[in-house]
Design a protein around this ligand. Structure first.
Ligand code: UD1
Ligand code: MG
Length: 473
């Protein structure tokens, strides 16, 4: 059963204070847009309808909404004449009655639990209007709540319109409201823009409701951090840090060791099992999942990766990759899209991989590029080997069998195939297939010109050293 008929999310504002080409509500917190965070908190209330008022950057916001909340109705506010104007439009398009929840699209820390308690308190008190309020250590910038008797509100005064006494009030309007639609309809058309911003303030409906003899209730939230709104980049960072702490706290309670929670940034959709350890300065984002016993970091970024049990990823960057059981990555490895490491595989220092699978127990330990390759099991790729996958126009595949030993500094010019148990000689350019069990040697034969240094570098330290070693011209 839904206790709320309609939810209205206000997201038409210019977001001027963000100084951005992007709509304010599309900036991200923990891997989700600000508005996606807001809608995620509203969703469990199960409102019968959700309307989002859009305006500035309309196309971007609407395109985003079709991805994250396709059932939400978008309402276009052509002229941004204030939060009151935005709600007038949303109500005009809504024919029903019941209870309406109104909130701003820029308060991403609100939780479903707080909203649900707010709804319960509104319904239990049979309120006509309720405002979620908060006591802020620094109320600067917010509308101040002027209380009447009991838990009622007389009116809300925007900071820009406050007198000195009003400005000292530290209880603020969080921008989250519940109204009985009928009551709201009676007053919303009466809003006037006679204030410092020349806007229709939604907050003024409270004064209108109380002066018509009805009661508007103030419901004080327990945790003011949930109600922080984002208007500039500094508040964006502040809210992101609070969300980070909240997410890390939950993982720690679930049995994850996070050595330095202040430098560990984990997106909200990341899944981490018990007994994973995360070292400092690590970011884990997107749809990443990490299985038990894995060790991640320090200084590691994982984007949309699947990390299996007991794997280690140290000082590395990996995106859209799978890292198998007990596999080892890093330090200083770069795993690009489509890298799949089987169990116990190893990718070592200064190795870049892309669209490649590396078989069980196979190793690429040092200074290599592995692109568009399939490598079998138990194979070793020598230091500084390059999979030459690009001919300037097209990408080609390299296939390497099981138990292969690729010599250091081999160039594997794709398409090419190296059979099971084969070797390549160090420094080879391999552009023909190497059959199973063969060694491929693709390099010029070495010649030594005796006495060259003594003749051509006479008197040099090298010549002296050679002479002392018994060399002659
Ligand atoms: C608003 C409240 C303030 C409260 C604060 C809480 C008003 C007048 N003030 O101030 O009391 O303390 O939120 O965060 O409501 N919007 C529209 N159309 C418009 C103008 C704004 O949709 O014409 C949207 C914005 O996109 C935003 C929300 O409404 O998501 C609030 O607008 P904003 O300009 O951020 O108001 P605040 O100054 O934060
Ligand atoms: Mg705001």
């Amino acid at each position: 059963m839904s206790k709320v008929e309609l939810a209205i999310v206000l997201a038409a504002g210019e977001g001027t204070r963000m100084k951005s080409q992007t709509a304010k509500v599309l900036h991200q917190i923990a891997g989700k847009s600000i508005i996606e965070n807001v809608l995620a908190a509203v969703k469990p209330l199960n409102p019968k309808a959700t309307s989002v008022v859009v305006g500035a950057h309309r196309e971007l916001v609407e395109a985003h909404l079709t991805l994250i909340a396709p059932s939400a109705k978008s309402i276009f506010q052509a002229t941004r004449n204030g939060t009151g104007g935005a709600v007038q439009l949303a109500l005009a398009e809504y024919k029903g009655d019941g209870t309406v929840l109104i909130l701003a699209g820029d308060t991403p820390l609100l939780t479903a639990q707080t909203l649900s308690e707010f709804v319960d308190s509104h319904l239990a008190g049979k309120n006509q209007a309720s405002v979620l309020t908060a006591l802020l250590p620094d109320p600067t910038g917010y509308g101040r709540v002027l209380r009447g008797e009991n838990n009622s509100i007389l009116k809300i005064v925007e900071e820009k319109d406050c007198n000195e006494l009003e400005a000292e009030v530290d209880e603020i309007n969080t921008g989250v409201y519940l109204f009985e639609v009928k009551v709201l309809r009676e007053v919303i058309s009466k809003l006037q823009a006679n204030n410092s911003q020349k806007e229709l303030y939604l907050t003024d409906v409270i004064g209108l409701i109380t002066s018509s003899g009805k009661v508007a209730a103030a419901v004080l939230s327990n945790d003011y951090t949930e109600t922080l709104g984002i208007n500039d980049r500094s508040q964006l960072a502040e809210c992101a840090a609070i969300m980070r702490d909240r997410i890390n706290h939950q993982h720690m309670l679930n049995g994850v060791t996070i050595i330095d929670p202040t430098t560990t940034w984990i997106d909200s959709d990341v899944k981490i099992a018990e007994d994973v350890t995360i070292y400092p300065a690590t970011a884990i984002s997107g749809k990443t999942s990490i299985a038990t016993g894995a060790v991640i970091g320090p200084r590691t970024t994982l984007v949309n990766c699947e990390v299996a049990e007991s794997a280690q990823v140290i000082e590395s960057f990996a995106t859209d990759s799978k890292i198998g059981n007990s596999a080892k990555v890093g330090p200083y490895s770069y795993l690009r899209t489509g890298t799949v490491l089987a169990a116990e595989a190893k990718i070592g220092a200064y190795v870049e991989t892309k669209n490649s699978s590396i078989g069980k127990g196979s190793k690429v330990p040092h200074l290599s590029y592995v692109g568009d390759a399939q490598i079998g099991e138990g194979t070793n790729i020598g230091a500084a080997t390059i999979f030459v996958n690009y001919d300037g126009e097209n990408k080609h595949q390299t296939k390497i069998g099981n138990q292969v030993r690729i010599g250091s500094d081999t160039m594997l010019v794709a398409p090419v195939f190296v059979g099971d148990g084969a070797y390549t000689a160090a420094g080879s350019v391999i552009n023909e297939d190497v059959p199973a069990g063969a060694i491929g040697i693709g390099r010029a034969r070495q010649i030594n010109i005796l006495g060259w240094v003594l003749r051509k570098r006479k008197g040099s330290k090298s010549a002296d050293a050679a002479k002392n070693a018994g060399a002659s011209e």
